[in-house]
Design a binder for this molecule. Structure first.
Ligand code: NAD
Ligand code: GLY
Length: 358
């Protein structure tokens, strides 16, 4: 097992990464306060891992809530099911919530923890590649609104993140590829060595070589933890983690949640960001081709296939959280491995990229 630390002063916490971690009770129990533990999971993950996690918690008063599975349920009604379970079981302020599942479960559990009795203890056990490399780390929590993705939420840090890469054994190939999009993101935005590692090892990663996966999860979490430690509340550098996201959120919002998986939408979004970076004169054609090649080798989509019109796309982009005072701030790439935040591109340049992809 390897341990990373996310340094946030009194809110610092460890990220444990390795195999067979769901059989090590002490890793988890040392971060539990009080006696009452609510495991929040969903109907897909529960049959796979709930009993295993419960078996680590023999000395606690454990309850569970099983949420419906899917991005379309990432809303306030579903968060209310968590509050119902907490109140029905008379959980007090000393309780601990454990998120057991992918990013949807993690984001909703964190949001519930941030607001139940004005904030209770919270632990992340992410079980998808995407949640292991991104959503479980850094404290962004929340839900979707019909008019915009992740529009309701809070920054709320967990007490620890426990990443057992063995849980990926049951993840289907499409979800695994979606997670690879966020892994590739770290290489593109700030770590050229990691990007080269991914290009060199993409076949092994797609064969799910455990050592390569563990190394990639570790590197992704380390890169994210470094950025979050410098800018927890996204007043600057953290926005780089949104590479491809303003484009991607527009795809998710327009097609309806769940049609494109989040990571799939980010894949298209990152390629759009690469193309815009080329049009503004930063990336060359060969660099854009490298981005496309890595996404394709990860079995990720690279276009929206005519499913969205250019005007729909642009209007969806303008409700993203990255819109400040009406201008759409985008993460572009100066070169591979070096992203920056821009609102100085020309509107016609953005229109050209959207037109090409739609
Ligand atoms: P998800 O939570 O919907 O999980 C994908 C699917 O895999 C679901 O059907 C789930 O039940 C299933 N699943 C989970 N673990 C499994 C396992 N081990 N074996 C088999 N099936 C399993 O999707 P996701 O990709 O994990 O997360 C996407 C969400 O994360 C989006 O809502 C996105 O907005 C959010 N997100 C948040 C952040 C953040 O910083 N908070 C960052 C990135 C993404
Ligand atoms: N997923 C982007 C962030 O955590 O900031």
């Amino acid at each position: 097992m390897k341990t990373l630390q996310l340094d946030l002063g009194v809110k610092s916490y460890p990220i444990y990464i390795g195999q067979a971690l769901l059989s090590q009770a002490e890793l988890l129990t040392q971060h539990i306060t009080g006696k009452q533990v609510m495991i929040v999971t969903n109907t897909t993950v529960a049959p796979l891992y709930l009993e295993q996690v419960k078996s680590l918690l023999a000395s606690f008063n454990v309850a569970e809530v099983l949420l419906p599975d899917g991005e379309q349920y990432k809303n306030l009604d579903t968060v209310n099911l968590i509050f119902d379970a907490l109140l029905e079981n008379r959980f007090d302020r000393s309780c601990t919530l454990i998120a057991l599942g992918g990013g949807v479960v993690g984001d909703m559990t964190g949001f519930a923890a941030s607001s139940y009795q004005r904030g209770v203890n919270f632990i992340q056990i992410p079980t998808t590649l995407l949640s292991q490399v991104d959503s479980s780390v850094g404290g962004k929590t929340g839900v979707n609104h019909p008019l915009g993705k992740n529009m309701i939420g809070a920054f709320y840090q967990p007490k620890c993140v426990l990443i057992d890469v063995d849980t990926l054994d049951t993840l289907d190939d499409r979800q695994y590829s979606a997670g690879m999009a966020e892994v590739i993101k770290y290489g593109l935005l700030g770590n050229l060595d990691f990007l080269t590692f991914l290009q060199d090892n993409i076949q092994g990663l797609m064969r799910r070589d455990k050592a390569l996966i563990t190394q990639s999860v570790y590197q992704s979490c380390e890169d994210k933890a470094n950025i979050v430690a410098q800018d927890e509340l996204e007043s600057g550098k953290r926005a780089l983690l949104n590479l491809g996201h303003t484009f991607g959120h527009a795809i998710e919002n327009t097609l309806g949640y769940g049609v494109f998986l989040h990571g799939e939408a980010i894949s298209v979004g990152m390629l759009m960001a690469a193309k815009l970076s080329q049009i503004v004169g930063d990336l060359n054609q060969q660099a854009v081709a490298q981005v496309q090649d890595l996404l394709e080798k990860s079995n990720l989509p690279i276009s929206v296939d005519g499913k969205i019109s250019a005007s729909e796309f642009l209007s969806a982009m303008s409700v993203d959280k990255k819109v400040i005072d009406g201008s759409i701030r985008l993460v572009l790439m100066k070169r591979l491995g070096e992203a920056y935040i821009s609102d100085s591109y020309q509107k016609e340049q953005l229109d050209q990229v959207i037109g090409d992809f739609c």
